[in-house]
Design a protein around this ligand. Sequence first.
Ligand code: FES
Length: 69
Amino acid sequence: MLIDRCLCLGVTFRQLKEQADRTAHTRLEDLQVVMPFGTGCGLCKPYVREMLRTGVTEFDRIITDSGDA
Ligand code: FES
């Protein structure tokens, strides 16, 4: 199963990447100002950081704030 979105708020990482590309936001905190994500359980945040770093929008592995699990 691919992980491709903030499940709590239903926003896909692809949508977040498109918004980040449009606005040139490179930090999660800046992107949160213009898109609703990450304010529920917060488990999507490490994925969004990885997305901002690499451009990848679908993940087949668990990523936590302390690194890959
Ligand atoms: S999955 Fe994004 S806040 Fe819960």
